[in-house]
Design a protein around this ligand. Structure first.
Ligand code: TRP
Length: 444
């Protein structure tokens, strides 16, 4: 079909292909590494409930906003916003320029450190395969040695960036969609196998009650803010990833339904990953509130003593790598699409040139741990939330009503609810998160 009707820009081959690519973007280190450890730190069930509320109130409206801007605009993040804000001159144009610049910069910075963390997962896959021995002092020492070894971290980071560029360079349909259509089912399959394992090995009942029985006495204001910030990050919102992916949708696609499908898949996969991880943790009497080291320290130690633990570990790290890979692809695609659409570069050039630049920047995070932490905080606490507010404003106030509500065909009530959420609720809540992260606003 594409050969008989060549198009200047790529398009998704099928609706399922789009859903798998977009949920591949959403499901990432955020779901399998971060969600379980912050849930552990904030005490379980009550945090999960608040997080689900945030996905509904802020995540879904913004997801729809990004997809509809992308589909209507039919260009990269900057071009798409510019073409949907009705008044091109004046504030609308400035808003587009600002949001576009922030989005591309976010993609650049996030991918640079994301790739280093994904590289650690490759290292641990090698450890699970026994190709690299686990330190005799346990995974804590293995992890500390890895994070402290600039050359080793840089090596895995290089491998991971190469894998990411190799997919993006092949284009939307042939590269991104094809790879995500294989990796996402594999990821779900692995997750189900792990779930079956823990169903038999024990710990699952405790894990279920930890995740689903809310104890509101454990809920703090800080937990609420963390939940909101995470809802945002895990759905890949705030930097135009969904605008860019939405721009490859066809006019007749059903953005509302597809956006909901992506959010549901993302949430279900985070919950299943949490169930698996906490089942192992409880079964072995380990600590659920282990923090960022949960998957790189606590789990590998447990795998080492579990029956069938080696196989479990191999499967787990494949899961983590697949999840990170499909997310990294979307981060790079935002940057690449921008240089293709706005500066006329070929896809090949844009990918190797800017993928290479991101690789170079990532070396800083591989070498100096504090750089990684700094970039993580800068992007997830400030750049993404600010980007999210700007996108909400562009969609809620500057887009023509007909364009903005095009995805709600025949559902005026839903359209009205969305308009209220995107104009008032999302920007205010997200703004509150930014203020609190700056220490200006304190919630009990
Ligand atoms: N959603 C991914 C995760 O949960 C991270 C991610 C990928 C992302 N692309 C993004 C976050 C774009 C923000 C914006 O790990």
């Amino acid at each position: 079909m594409s050969s008989s009707a060549p198009r200047a820009r790529g398009h998704w081959g099928s609706r399922l292909g789009f859903i798998l690519a977009a949920s591949g973007s959403a499901v990432g280190l955020g779901n399998i590494w971060k969600f379980p450890y912050i849930t552990g730190e904030y005490g379980g069930g009550a945090f999960v409930l608040v997080y689900l509320g945030c996905v509904l109130l802020v995540g879904l409206p913004l997801m729809y906003a990004e997809l509809i801007i992308g589909r209507r605009g039919g260009k990269d993040v900057l071009g798409a916003i510019r073409s949907v804000v009705a008044r091109d001159e004046g504030f609308g144009g400035d808003l587009a320029a600002l949001t576009g610049a922030l989005a591309v910069a976010s993609g650049f910075l996030i991918l640079s450190f994301y790739s280093v963390v994904a590289g650690w997962a490759i290292h641990f896959l090698w450890v699970s395969l026994d190709l690299i021995p686990l330190s005799t002092d346990g995974a804590g020492a293995t992890f500390a040695a890895l994070a402290g070894d600039a050359r080793l971290s840089a090596l895995w980071h290089t491998v991971f960036m190469f894998l990411t560029m190799a997919v993006v360079v092949r284009g939307v349909h042939e590269g991104i969609e094809r790879v995500c259509s294989r990796l996402m089912p594999a990821l779900i399959g692995i997750l189900i196998l792990l779930l079956v394992y823990v169903a038999f090995s024990g710990g699952l009942a405790q894990s279920v009650s930890f995740l689903f029985r809310p104890d509101f006495s454990k809920l703090s204001g800080e937990a609420v803010l963390e939940a909101l910030g995470h809802a945002f990050f895990t759905l890949s919102l705030g930097m135009g990833a969904m605008i860019t992916y939405g721009s490859y949708l066809r006019e007749d696609s059903f953005v509302l339904r597809d956006g909901v499908a992506v959010a549901i898949l993302d949430t279900v996969i985070a919950l299943l990953a949490g169930l698996v991880i906490f089942a192992v943790v409880f079964d072995r009497g380990a600590e659920p509130a282990a923090g960022p080291g949960l998957v790189f320290v606590t789990l590998p130690d447990l795998f080492a003593t579990m029956p069938g633990g080696q196989l479990f570990g191999v499967a787990f790290f494949f899961l983590l790598i697949f999840a990170a890979w499909t997310s990294a692809i979307s981060l790079l695609e935002v940057v690449v699409a921008y240089f293709i659409d706005e500066h006329g570069l070929s896809r090949t050039r844009a990918t190797w040139l800017f993928g290479g630049a991101i690789w170079l920047l990532g070396l800083a995070s591989a070498i100096w741990g504090p750089v990684l932490d700094f970039l993580d905080n800068l992007t997830t606490r400030f750049m993404l939330p600010i980007g999210g507010i700007l996108i909400a404003i562009a969609a809620g106030y500057f887009m023509k009503r007909g364009d903005r509500e095009a995805g709600f065909a025949g559902r005026p009530v839903l359209a009205m609810i969305w308009t209220v959420l995107i104009r008032f609720v999302s920007p205010v809540l997200v703004f509150a998160v930014i203020l609190s992260k700056m220490g200006i606003l304190r919630i009990a």
